[in-house]
Design a binder for this molecule. Sequence first.
Ligand code: DUC
Ligand code: ZN
Ligand code: ZN
Length: 450
Amino acid sequence: MDLIIKNGTIVTPTGKIKADVGVKEGKIALIAQSIDTPCDNVVDATGKYVLPGAIDGHTHLAMPFGGTISSDDYFAGTRAAACGGTTTVFDFVLQDFGESMVDTIKRRDAMCAPDAAVDYAFHVAVKDVSNGLIDTIEDAVNYGVPSFKVFMVYDFGVDDGVFYQVLEKAKSCNALIEVHAENKDIIAARTKQYLAEGKTSAWYHYMSRPEFVEAEADNRAIAWAKELNAPLYIVHLANKEGVKAVAQAQSEGYEIYAETCPQYLEFTSDVYKREDGRNFVCSPPMKGEESKKALWKAINSGIISTIATDHCPFQSYEKDWGKDDFTKIPNGCAGIENMFPYMLSAANEGKVSYEKAVELCCSNPARIFGCTEKGAIEVGKDADIVIYDPDTEFTITNDKMHSDCDHTIWEGVTLKGYLTHTYSRGRLVYKDGEFLGEKGWGKFVKRKRG
Ligand code: DUC
Ligand code: ZN
Ligand code: ZN
């Protein structure tokens, strides 16, 4: 064995077991009551949990957006991920007009491969399906990228016709369509009105896209998916009516998934009234207390399948562009390093079970997105492993984070328990507050949906 983790408690989605874990050549090679084979690298995990590395299904690294580029490039983003126990990072790659889906993937991979510190995968954000490009969705599926995203908002979003076509195509080739659901036209109308009235603070970012603006789009997207009987994955679900719509479709037997993010579970729209409210500007915005409660409930009842971050940080000086005009604030926040510790802290506090945290952050994203080698402490899987100490406390401050961003919306939030080690394919990449990985270690994860 190259590594043996002894005396820990392994967490799976269905229970906990006290066992040792043996790692050989980057894979989990043995799980047994006691592994006593000679090994130079034995780690004692007495009193600790041994968990699969998390999979963050939703990040925007080095993304051109809001007049700038998100501040974590591939190295910074994946370094921060490693230090937060996330060992697979999904990035959205924006297709160029006229570009095939596979060319989009290869273009991005050429940029990322030298930099990633943990394994990475892509979803293609579709813009153009004209002139036969729709058929290149199937080529991408065969290449190992079976998930695509459409934005119902932004200048790079698609119209309803393209969304419909993409759903139809995806169904025919076992791909999954993800959607950023908000109503673009209502946002535009409300924004125009607020600006005309001189209402320009960060609060009006929320007011321009409140609950119903997201819920309406959720319902519309779900209606089309139902009509086509195509699978649909709603990213960053943040409103209570959307939860209802997802639950209803699921109860009718449709393959509809929902993802939410820690920021929607921790904060409410009140953050936009704060002096530093612009730092919290992301889309969809944080919603009211009732939505927050509905999201927690949906997690525990199984309506929400995954947690991801929507990690898309911008520096303070860029957020400041919108001090006097909320429309000039680049949308997005940091979170890649906080997701798994946050959900494990929630488990430690009894808000969810540890098993549920593993399901949401590891096994469900692996299953839904087709990462066959990831997401579980099981013999044969990649040795992406986190060791977690439930008996410590960790207060998040930006100086302890490993992203390139100069602030975090999580500043001052105290977590119960924290990780001590992260392994990526058996290699130690994080220990006790320190990044120990390397640029270029991360590999592109080719996927196949079951
Ligand atoms: N929302 C954000 O806040 N940032 C990136 C893209 C998105 O949809
Ligand atoms: Zn989005
Ligand atoms: Zn996003």
